[in-house]
Structures are given as C-alpha cells and as structure tokens.
Design a protein around this ligand. Structure first.
Ligand SMILES: NC(=O)c1ccc[n+]([C@@H]2O[C@H](COP(=O)([O-])OP(=O)(O)OC[C@H]3O[C@@H](n4cnc5c(N)ncnc54)[C@H](O)[C@@H]3O)[C@@H](O)[C@H]2O)c1
Length: 301
C-alpha cells in the first residue's frame, strides 16, 4: 500500500472503532505505519478490552500494511507515555499523532453528577493533552538535535465544543477546551516543525447512533453521508507532508463536506479613556449587539 503518507509513522487514539478505526485504515492504505490505540471501553467509557485494537491491526495487516496494537488509557500519564514509546520501538520514529479517543455521558447540567463531569473532561481534554505532551517532547528533542522535523497533530473537537450542545455540558466544555488547546499547541510547537489542527466530525458511530437515529439511517443506494470513513481523508491529508502550511485551524467534516470553522474574533468595541460607570454599560452593550451578528445556535436549543 502506498500513497500520500508513505513511510510516516502514525498514532491514532481510540482507533478500535468508529471514526478512529477509519483513520487508521486510511493511513495504512496511504502507506503509513500505524499504532492502533484503543482501551476497548464500553459506550459510556466503562470496561476494557484489547480486542478492538487488535482487530484493526489484523485488518491492516490483511490489507498488506504495517500496524501494532496498544490498549493503554490515553488519559493516564504513564499509559500515554507508553503509547508514544511504542511507536518509537515498533517503527523507530513518530510523525503523526491523531487524538480521537473518547466517550460521552450526556445529562442536563442540573442533574449531572460530579463523576459524569470528571470522567468526560478527563478522557477528552486530558486524553488529548497527555499524548500531545509526550509526543511533542520527543519532537522537540529531535529538533534540538538538528533534525528537520515535519510532524503533525490532529485533534478531535466537535460541533458541541464549537457551538454548544444541550445535554452535553461536560462534553462541550471538553471539546471547546480541545479547540483552545489546538491554538496554543500550534503556536508553541511550530518552532519544532510540528503543525497542530483540529476537526469537528459528524458520522454514524455507536456514540451518535441513538441520538441522531433518523439522520443516521443508511441510504438504500448512493452516497452514505454518515459513513465514518468520510472523515478520514481530511485527517490523513492533514497528517501528510502536503499540509505543512496549515496549522492552528479547525475543520468541520461530514459526508462530502469540508468546512473551515471560523472561531472567536474580536468584535465591535466601545472604548474610552476612563473606567465605565455601571449604569452606562447597558447602552454601550446595546450598541455593540446592534453592530454584531448573532451567535450561532446551540445544538438542541
Ligand atoms: N460520531 C460523531 O458524529 C462525532 C461527532 C463529534 C465528535 N466526535 C468525536 O470523534 C471521536 C471518535 O468518536 P466515535 O464517534 O468514533 O466514537 P466510538 O465510541 O465509536 O469510538 C471511540 C473509541 O475510543 C475508545 N476509548 C475510550 N476511552 C479511551 C481511553 N481512555 N483510551 C483509549 N481509548 C479509549 C473507545 O474504546 C472507542 O473504541 C471522539 O473524540 C468523539 O467525541 C464524534
């Protein structure tokens, strides 16, 4: 197998199922050697099994590609360090990290438990930071030793994180954090030859099957816009050497659509050379709101 990622070594987290599995398979088809990470967690993040990661590795080998399985928890410091080390020991290098693993525990804010909050923030936000932390330390070391590094990180946010989503306060907060982490990482790691971008995908997986049942129905014929394999081409291109000029960007990817998400910007401003009186703020804010477009609607509102 050969293509735009020939010889590159790629880690995909949560690649045993859903969208991550499709990333891993497409990277392999495009010539990459893949570390398939998956804890094998149940839909709500409970339980563990090495099975899903191994199955994807077998699929890649059956296609003629190279892959190894890793079942570490990406939100654990030592586990994510082992994951990065595995890429180096199995394939001798690391070029691309795709942060993708996660799960949801949806609940309205008024009834969300502390555990539901902590677990979802942990798996997504810490689960992005830790592999990024260990991989970037490796790339900095290579860069400082004089090597020309050409590495990529692709993070997985969500429309929930960019626009908000009713019943997903924990998940939306984590995914918004991932969008901000992407900007910071792009700014910090450029000097070492690392680009960092994010995607907000939409596809039919076990995570979304129940929520969007109608939308997720498979068409009898024609293009299946909700096939999770539709997301992989953008991620694989972002992981290739061809995308070196793109960093700090967020792409919404669904079906045959690739859209650039345009994030927070400085908007209209009211300014004076003195502190505002509280009673005067209302009028100033009214003028600002009149001069600005309204916010995008929150999903499910
Ligand atoms: N499906 C969508 O429409 C959609 C929309 C927006 C964002 N996303 C995001 O895309 C990513 C993939 O989601 P999916 O829909 O393919 O879900 P999925 O449940 O099919 O796959 C997620 C995988 O992550 C693994 N995982 C969970 N916790 C882990 C951990 N601690 N360490 C390692 N692996 C772990 C699971 O075992 C599972 O195989 C997630 O980050 C999700 O939030 C998906």
């Amino acid at each position: 197998m050969s293509g735009i990622c020939d010889g590159r070594v790629v880690i995909v987290t949560g690649a045993g199922r859903g969208i991550g599995r499709e990333h891993a398979l497409e990277f392999a088809r495009q010539g990459a050697k893949v570390v398939v990470n998956d804890l094998g967690a149940g839909p709500g993040g409970t339980g563990r099994s090495g099975g899903p990661a191994l199955e994807v590795v077998e699929e890649i080998r059956a296609l003629g590609g190279q892959a190894v399985a890793n079942s570490d928890d990406i939100a654990d410091w030592d586990g994510s360090a082992r994951l990065v080390k595995m890429a180096l020991s199995a394939f001798g290098r690391l070029d691309v990290l795709v942060n993708n693993a996660g799960f949801v525990r949806d609940r309205m804010l008024v009834s969300m438990t502390e555990q539901e909050w902590d677990d979802v923030i942990r798996v997504h936000l810490k689960g992005h930071f830790l592999p990024l932390r260990h991989a970037s330390a490796h790339w900095r070391e290579r860069s400082k030793s004089g090597e020309r590094v050409d590495a990529r990180v692709i993070n997985t946010s969500s429309g929930a994180g960019l626009f908000g989503s009713v019943g997903q306060g924990n998940y939306a907060a984590a995914k918004a954090g991932i969008a901000a982490l992407t900007l910071v990482a792009a700014a910090e790691l450029g000097r070492y030859g690392v680009t960092v971008n994010g995607i907000a995908p939409a596809a039919r997986t076990r995570m979304t099957e129940e929520v969007f049942a109608e939308m997720m129905a498979r068409p009898e014929s024609g293009f299946d816009a909700m096939d999770p394999a539709n997301v992989a081409p953008v991620v694989v291109w972002l992981g290739s050497a061809d995308s070196a000029h793109v960093t700090g960007r967020m792409f919404e990817v669904e079906g045959g659509s690739i859209a650039l998400a345009d994030g927070w910007r400085h908007g209209p401003r009211a300014e004076r050379d003195a502190r505002w009186e509280p009673a005067e703020v209302g009028e100033a804010v009214a003028k600002l709101l009149a001069g600005a477009p309204g916010p995008e609607p929150v999903y499910g509102a």
